[in-house]
Write a protein that binds this ligand. Structure first.
Ligand SMILES: [Zn+2]
Length: 392
């Protein structure tokens, strides 16, 4: 166990210092539980008196709990502590797919309950109403103390204010979603891009050892990437890092919902693939129908889906040439196309960048379940409110 680094503003107020020290204690317990008060003093560099005081307050607040006694090193055996898993509950939302998903999550990142509400073509105000309905439904049966709401939404999101600057697929522009929910539910709200949230989830919960750099590409209703550089989420100068679904690819000329044409989304996103497939096979109505036809070996459908895989591969090759990030994970509904599709992505990624870089780049499927954005948004909220959970 190494000591935990401490960075505090030089002219911190008493309250800032206390919050900071509380977060040090929580973070140490989160990362190394169970620990005694003496362990905590050693790990955080705080005095035993401070630790005792902070621990008392955190127990009273329900955030940490005693879990029995540890081995004695002579005297009385020490009481061990941990973060109380259900000391707070969080709500995590994923607004990036054909159905809005939400879950109640505890402080361990465990999903306690989830709800899915189909979007059914809604956008604008109607989509906002669906978000409120989803949170209401999740709150209905949960009487625990709520830490807040974490949201992964598609598009360019100003995470500093919780404003959706532009979401093409939901037809939201300059929507103060975070503020709206904070006023309605009276809890802190974090809003982030859904692909960024997926990257945070992969790094926080699923990748061991944690890679220093990581790209997570979410492929479903839209196409976007979350980029982790040097252990931190990289959002870009205007929060738009990874918005490569709306980058024009040379070959394609289909009109895009963003008002331009030839975007990567027009050949790789699930709705684009379903539209193209329906033109050859009118019976295909949804994602399941398309995936089934692809896996059954329908030649026309395979041609369409693999053409999308190729464009994606080329785009990944570009990213490799720009960033040289070795770990690339693919998540979202499009991953259901499986190994043949992945092989095509890899082939084109490899052939579109310097061999020296391509040979060290690993393109794989990420966490396959549909809760990756919900968990990532929850992790962002835990980090903001308690200093827990996120990449360091
Ligand atoms: Zn576009």
């Amino acid at each position: 166990m190494s000591a935990i680094a401490t960075v505090l503003p030089e002219r911190a107020t008493h309250q800032q210092t206390r919050t900071f020290n509380q977060q040090l204690v929580l973070r140490a317990l989160h990362d190394h539980s169970p620990l005694s008060r003496a362990d905590l003093a050693r790990l955080t560099g705080l005095t035993r008196t401070s630790v005792g005081d902070l621990v008392g307050a955190l127990i009273e607040d329900g955030l940490i709990e005693e879990v029995g006694r540890g081995r004695s090193s002579g005297g009385k055996s020490p009481i061990l502590l941990r973060v109380a898993p259900d000391g707070r509950h969080l709500i995590g939302l994923d607004l990036g797919e054909a159905q809005f998903s939400g879950a109640v999550v505890n402080l361990r990142g465990e999903i306690l309950r989830s709800i899915h509400l189909p979007l059914e073509g809604r956008n604008g105000e109607a989509a906002v109403a669906l978000v409120l309905q989803l949170v209401d439904a999740l709150r209905a049966d949960d009487r625990s103390r709520l830490l807040g709401i974490g949201i992964g939404a598609p598009g360019v999101i100003d995470t500093s204010t919780g404003t959706v600057r532009w979401s093409v697929n939901l037809d939201w522009a300059e929507l103060a979603l975070g503020q709206l929910l904070e006023e309605r539910f009276d809890v802190p709200v974090v809003v982030a891009n859904d692909s960024h949230a997926a990257a945070v989830a992969e790094l926080t919960f699923f990748r061991r050892p944690r890679p220093n750099n990581l790209i997570v590409i979410r492929l479903g209703r839209g196409v976007g990437a979350g980029i982790i550089l040097n252990g931190q989420l990289f959002q870009g100068d205007g929060f738009g890092a990874g918005e490569f679904g709306h980058v024009s690819m040379g070959g394609a000329a289909e009109p895009c919902r963003c008002g331009r044409q030839g975007c990567l989304e027009t050949v790789t996103s699930m709705p684009a693939l379903i539209d193209a497939a329906r033109a050859v096979e009118p019976s295909i109505a949804d994602e399941t129908g398309l995936v089934d036809a692809f896996l059954a070996g329908d030649a026309g459908i395979r041609r369409i889906v693999l053409a999308g895989a190729r464009e994606l591969g080329i785009a990944i090759g570009w990213m490799t040439g720009v960033l040289n990030v070795r770990h690339v994970l693919l998540v979202g509904p499009v991953a259901a196309f499986g190994d043949d599709w992945l092989a095509e992505v890899r082939r084109y990624a490899r052939s579109s960048v310097l061999a020296l870089l391509a040979q060290d780049t690993h393109i794989e499927f990420g966490h396959v379940h549909d809760d990756v954005v919900v968990l990532g948004a929850s992790a962002l909220l835990m980090e903001q409110q308690l200093g827990l959970g996120l990449v360091r």
